[in-house]
Design a protein around this ligand. Structure first.
Ligand code: R1P
Ligand code: URA
Length: 294
């Protein structure tokens, strides 16, 4: 059995994984990820019991139970570079024997559910609504560094958007989309009755999402272009910064992932929510109710 080296998988002095600072017994098999560390207590305050609170850097974790179901909520911070860390370390906690540093003979599949904020790109995607990502385009580079199985259909979506963006911004612009669908069992079990659409995960908040403040953006017409994208009747609905990385890493590692987006902005109508805190608190309650059905 191959042992994973101490520099490939770094453990802290207490045996916990390097960034998350967690031990295998610290995590449930249903894991909620949020970007904002302050959103972790906003989720766990609905738990009936909290058995663990740990953290390091932006990675805050609470584990507890809600109506008898064990849940972990962990913050990822912003961006898919952090998703690389969180998904690899969560997987290590369940699928690697940290004493022998070897992959366990029988692998566990986690349910990984994101509750994040996002900006809609279609005028009809309502501010303050919850949208489920049926799939996500990554405009970030993360999944180009991993081998994962993409279906033929997923490849067609990927090249359909690549053609549009390369025609608009040139081949050497550096935008190379990847495309990964949600975990299908989670989508079926948890996504019912909510608007579903394709999410774009961007490698930044401003110009990478077509925003222009003072630094001149090199992405003119970005929102219009993604708004008018259509492939086999499917459209892009929203922009954020983690979902494609979560879907890609979950695929690579054999986990199920689903992303809920609380739409705080509409980029087509230039409207921003006037009560973002209250909307997120309500969304957390309704998404937890869905998760409890698992
Ligand atoms: O609210 P969270 O989960 O952080 O998600 C969104 O908000 C952040 C940007 O403001 C990015 O992380 C984006 O994906
Ligand atoms: O427009 C938005 C809103 C939230 N998060 C993003 O990444 N973009």
């Amino acid at each position: 059995m191959n042992s994973i080296s101490p520099t490939d998988l770094i453990l802290n002095e207490d045996g916990s994984v390097y960034h998350l600072n967690l031990l295998p017994q610290d995590v449930a098999d249903t894991i909620i990820t949020v970007g904002d560390p302050d959103r972790v207590p906003a989720v766990s305050r609905h738990f009936d019991t909290i058995e663990l609170k740990k953290g390091k850097r932006e990675f805050i974790t609470h584990t507890g139970t809600m109506r008898g179901k064990r849940l972990t909520v962990v913050s990822t911070g912003i961006g898919t570079d952090n998703i690389d860390i969180v998904l690899n370390e969560l997987d290590a906690l369940v699928n690697i024997d940290l004493n022998t540093r070897s992959v366990k003979p029988s692998l566990q599949s986690l349910n990984i559910i994101r509750i994040g904020t996002s900006g809609g790109v279609q005028p009809e995607v309502e501010v303050d609504s919850i949208l489920v990502s049926s799939a996500a385009f990554g405009l970030d580079p993360l999944m180009h560094y991993y081998k994962y199985d993409a279906t033929e259909e997923e490849s067609k979506f990927r090249y359909a958007l690549a053609d549009i963006l390369h025609a608009a911004y040139g081949d050497d612009h550096g935008i190379h989309p990847y495309y990964v669908s949600a975990g299908q069992s989670l989508l079926q079990k948890l996504g019912g009755g909510l608007t579903q659409g394709i999410t774009i995960t961007a490698p930044g908040f401003y110009a990478p999402q077509g925003r222009q403040v003072r630094a001149e953006a090199n992405t003119a017409g970005f929102v219009d272009r993604v708004q008018s994208f259509e492939h086999q009747g499917h459209r892009i609905t929203n922009l954020e910064m983690e979902t494609a990385g979560i879907y890609g890493m979950a695929r690579a590692l054999g986990h199920q992932a689903l992303s809920f987006n609380v739409i705080l902005a509409n980029r087509a109508t230039n409207v921003f929510s006037n009560r973002p805190g209250e909307i997120m608190d309500n969304a957390i309650i309704s998404i937890l109710e869905r998760i409890l059905t698992l």
